[in-house]
Design a protein. Sequence first.
Length: 82
Amino acid sequence: MKKLITANDIRAAHARGEQAMSVVLRASIITPEAREVAELLGFTITECDEPVPASTSAQACKSESQRIREAIIAQLPEGQFY
C-alpha cells in the first residue's frame, strides 16, 4: 500500500524544524495541496526511485535547495538580493 503524503504531513514536518523530505515515488502519493504547502513554506520534497539514508537525503536536499536558490538569485536584477 502506498503512503499518502498530505499537506498536514508537510506542516508537521516543518513545525518539527525539518526543511526537506525524501519520498520514494513508487511507494508514495503526494497530494497537490501538499506540494503547494511545501512550496509556500520553502519545504523541499525530493522524489527518488529508491529509499535514501537520512543523512544522504538531507545533504542531497541542501544541494538541490542551494542550486535553486542560486538560479533564482541569478535572475534578480543587480542589487535586488539582500
